[in-house]
Design a protein around this ligand. Structure first.
Ligand code: PLP
Length: 406
């Protein structure tokens, strides 16, 4: 299936696309399971899954079938009408979680935007003016709209676009004392990823989560969990908060929810949902039947106990293989993460080289990710076959050997 007469090439990217990305040299043209092929038919093992998105691998047959079937029935109706897949999907999400009510959107940033607007509106409805402070965390990531990027914990992503949304404060992740020092009756929400993904694969500790929940209760502030990356099985439970005894007030989900088809959801309780009354918020495409029918299959597949159990098994295989690579090359100072959201931090002498190693891996036929300059990140399909994990790790080992000897 080599595409010899290429009508588009990587050079076209620089000619016709806005330069906000720097994509790899190869262009993928097809995928199956955890394997991807480029324009020259080179094969890659995929440990990235489109940044924790393609959770059932590429072209998962039940999803292809659902897409084909629904595409012949109904694609889009707008939010002036509801539709069957959206109602069924919302029911499945409420059955699986703390939530009673769902708002559908198209991306993680949009779901987070809805969550932040809802928190502000709820505080205004219930407590009046002045309760608008949002507390978030350094290195956190919540998307690229202006509100979400400002709540995110990297000022460099929100600098340079004019006046930022106000009343947003940041403290270090897992620093309960710092949260407590900032909190007051003016706080309307605390927003966090239960495990920071983009910021370097940093888990929250239980005491911190319990403490933040208690502070939110004390000051009538809402606890928002951004589970855009950690959700839909990624950490071994359907949502990561389900590893703990605490519940958020609002949760956002995207990425894996559509397994590659754009869809996002904001989940909340009856009490809070009332503040998004008719006309307060909306989305043209959010909750369209095509996306929802696919997400229904994803949710049914991933929420199955046996499916969630095999994620934990594969996580252990991944961590063991990374430890073995480290025994050989002493390249990592830490291997961490939950389920199949894993990070390997580079040892002191290799700091800053994560992108170079990612590129070397791609040359060896392996797609991996980075989380910052010092961490290799692995977010494969949740159903990646064991033999693909072993084959990919061989490629990673070769890539590291080559990179170290260069
Ligand atoms: C935790 C988290 N929140 C939000 C987002 C933004 O999602 P999207 O790119 O779909 O807007 C991301 C994307 O990486 C994420 O990891």
């Amino acid at each position: 299936m080599t595409n010899n007469a290429k009508d588009v090439t990587r050079e076209d990217f620089d000619n016709v696309m806005v330069p906000n990305y720097a994509p790899a040299a190869m262009i993928p043209v097809r995928g199956q399971g955890s394997r991807v092929w480029d324009q020259d038919d080179n094969e890659y093992i995929d440990f990235a899954a489109g940044i924790a998105v393609s959770c059932l691998g590429h072209c998962y047959p039940p999803l292809v079938e659902t897409l084909q079937k629904q595409s012949q029935k109904l694609w889009h109706v707008s939010n002036l009408l509801t539709n069957e897949p959206a109602l069924r999907l919302a029911g499945k999400l409420t059955d699986l979680t703390f939530a009673d009510k769902i708002f559908f959107a198209n991306s993680g940033a949009e779901a987070n935007e809805a969550a932040l607007k809802l928190a502000r509106r709820y505080a205004l409805d219930k407590f009046g003016e002045g309760k608008d402070q949002i507390i978030a965390f350094n290195k956190g990531f919540h998307g690229r709209t202006f509100f979400t990027v400002t709540v995110g914990g990297q000022a460099s992503y929100s600098d340079g676009f004019g006046p930022k949304p106000g009343a947003i404060d940041h403290v270090d992740f897992n620093d309960l004392a710092a949260v407590e020092a900032l909190m007051s009756d003016k706080t309307c929400a605390v927003m966090m990823e239960p495990l920071q993904g983009e910021g370097g694969i940093h888990a929250s500790n239980q005491q911190f989560l319990i403490g933040v929940r208690a502070l939110c209760d004390k000051y009538n502030a809402l606890l928002i969990f951004d589970e855009v990356q950690t959700g839909v099985g990624r950490t071994g439970t359907f949502y990561a908060y389900q590893h703990t005894d605490i519940k958020p007030d609002i949760l956002t989900s995207a990425k894996g929810l559509g397994a590659g088809f754009p869809i996002a959801a904001m989940l909340t309780t009856d009490r809070i949902a009332k503040s998004l009354s008719v006309g307060t918020h909306g989305s043209t495409y959010g909750g369209n039947p095509l996306a929802c029918s696919i997400a229904e299959v994803v949710v049914d597949t991933v929420s199955d106990d046996a499916f969630l159990t095999q994620i934990k098994v594969k996580s252990a295989i991944f961590k063991d293989a990374l430890a073995q690579i480290n025994d050989q090359y002493a390249i990592f100072s830490d291997i961490r993460g939950e389920g199949l959201l894993l990070g390997a931090e580079l040892a002191e002498q290799h700091q800053g080289q994560a992108i170079a190693i990612m590129n070397q891996a791609a040359q060896a036929g392996l797609l991996i990710l980075v989380a910052g300059a010092n961490v290799l990140r692995f977010t494969p399909a949740l159903n990646i076959p064991e033999h693909d994990i072993h084959a990919g790790m061989k490629k990673l080992s070769l890539a590291i050997e080559k990179w170290l000897s260069a």
